[in-house]
Design a protein around this ligand. Structure first.
Ligand SMILES: Nc1ncnc2c1ncn2[C@@H]1O[C@H](COP(=O)(O)OP(=O)(O)O)[C@@H](O)[C@H]1O
Ligand SMILES: [Mg+2]
Length: 241
């Protein structure tokens, strides 16, 4: 059981955002996706979730070619994501943000509210239930976005820089949450993150992109020992090295 990109290319006009990218996330595993700004990380998530059609290659969901499925169909098929910017429904309270998503996924209203409430409890943020989403502090907004992505019990969860703007303590809490999502719920996670320390502490397997290509792939030791990775980060002068 895996969600995978198979030799995926994405072109925007004449610009190649991704070239021959292959990666795979197994159920219950957390795979890291790192690389300098503009490397193509978000584009990978967009392709995996049906927000962007690949120009070449395939997206495979548990062995089935889902390259042509639109985003809402992939979500129903069990592929959920968060966005770099939270994108909550600002006019709704937290519970309704989750409950509406559940209804959109085909749950009955009461069932959806129960699941929303259970999830907020499981994540330790039940007190936020009736707070308006618009006024939430940044880190709470991030947690609610993750809770919302867990509605409907997805098989895969793709997280686009969920720790951005968090303190070290908050990022550690987030790391613990991601481990629980993978281990306790059996969800396969793909984690895009600038905080490389966080990625190495959570992920069994890390893929490094630069210029739209996979330049390294392996465990913590492979990544830490990689000359290609060091050069990509130093060359791009990012804060993440
Ligand atoms: N819709 C688009 N149209 C044109 N170029 C895009 C589009 N989306 C992304 N890009 C470009 O593709 C490259 C990769 O972007 P992205 O996947 O967002 O990188 P990352 O998430 O690694 O910072 C960047 O150069 C970006 O400007
Ligand atoms: Mg991005």
């Amino acid at each position: 059981m895996a969600l995978a990109l198979e030799q995926v290319g994405v072109a925007f006009g004449g610009f190649r955002a991704l070239t021959d990218v292959s990666l795979s996330v197994n159920a219950g595993d957390v795979v890291g996706l790192i690389g300098p700004n503009g490397a193509g990380k978000t584009t990978c998530i967009n392709v995996l979730t049906g927000f962007q059609r690949p120009s070449s290659g395939r997206v495979l969901l548990d062995g089935r070619d889902v390259s042509a499925l639109p985003a809402h169909r992939l979500r129903r098929a069990g592929v959920a994501r968060t966005f770099q910017a939270g994108r909550l429904f600002g006019g709704l309270d937290v519970l309704d943000n989750l409950a509406c998503t559940g209804v959109g996924l085909g749950l009955r209203r009461a069932e959806s509210e129960r699941q929303a409430s259970d999830l907020l409890g499981w994540m330790g943020i039940a007190p936020l239930e009736s707070r308006p989403a618009a006024g939430l502090p940044y880190t709470d907004e991030r947690r609610v976005a993750i809770a919302r992505a867990l509605m409907g019990d997805p098989a895969y969860l793709l997280l686009d820089e969920p720790a951005a703007g968090m303190s070290e303590a908050e990022a550690n809490d987030l790391a613990a949450l991601i481990r629980r999502i993978a281990h306790d719920r059996g969800i396969g996670c793909l984690l895009i993150e600038h905080n490389v320390g966080l990625v190495l502490s959570v992920c069994s397997d890390v893929v490094v992109l630069d210029g739209g290509r996979v330049i390294e792939h392996g465990d913590r030791n492979v990544i830490l020992g990689s000359r290609a990775v060091r050069e990509a980060y130093l060359g791009a002068h990012t804060e993440a090295a």
